[in-house]
Write a protein that binds this ligand. Structure first.
Ligand SMILES: [Zn+2]
Length: 150
C-alpha cells in the first residue's frame, strides 16, 4: 500500500493545448473614477471613456482553476493639456502586460532564486499556481530584469 508520499501526476499532465486547460475564474476590479488628476498638469480631468483589461493572475489551486482579473478603468481627458490618460493600474500590472505583477515577480524568483530553467519555471507556475505562462515569456521577463546568471 502506498504511503502519503505516493507520486500522483498533475491532473492537467499531458494537456498540450491552452484551450483544453480549465476555464479561469473571473475576479472583477474597478478603477473607474469620475475625475482624476492629470499626471502632467494636475488639473482634475473628467472621465471620458471606460475600458476593460484582462490580467492573468495567480490561480486558485484548491479549485484547480486559473484566475483572471477583469479590470474596468477610466480614461480621462485633460481639458488643459488636451491629452488623454488612464486611471493608474501600475500596482496591478505593468503597462501592456497580460499578467499581474505578482505573477511576474514569482516567475522571476523561480529562475533567479531557485535556478529553474525557463521551461521548468513555466511548468511550476501552472502546476503549483495555476497560471499559464509560456516559457519564452518567463525568459523575456527575466532578461528584461537583467538578473539571470548571477
Ligand atoms: Zn493636464
Amino acid at each position: 500500500m502506498a504511503g502519503p508520499g505516493e507520486y500522483t501526476a498533475d491532473v492537467s499532465e499531458g494537456i498540450t493545448r491552452v484551450e483544453d486547460l480549465p476555464i479561469p475564474q473571473v475576479v472583477r476590479r474597478r478603477r473607474s473614477f469620475k475625475r482624476r488628476k492629470c499626471p502632467r498638469c494636475g488639473h482634475a480631468a473628467y472621465r471620458d471613456k471606460v475600458f476593460t483589461r484582462r490580467l492573468h493572475d495567480l490561480g486558485d489551486l484548491a479549485a484547480n482553476r486559473p484566475r483572471d482579473l477583469v479590470v474596468t478603468y477610466s480614461q480621462h481627458c485633460c481639458s488643459r493639456c488636451r491629452k488623454y490618460f488612464n486611471a493608474d493600474l501600475s500596482d496591478l500590472a505593468a503597462p501592456n502586460s497580460l499578467y499581474t505583477r505578482r505573477v511576474v515577480v514569482l516567475a522571476v524568483r523561480l529562475v533567479v532564486e531557485d535556478g529553474l530553467p525557463y521551461r521548468s519555471a513555466s511548468w511550476h507556475l501552472w502546476r503549483d499556481h495555476r497560471v499559464f505562462v509560456p516559457f519564452a515569456t518567463v525568459q523575456n521577463w527575466v532578461e528584461a530584469g537583467g538578473k539571470k546568471g548571477r
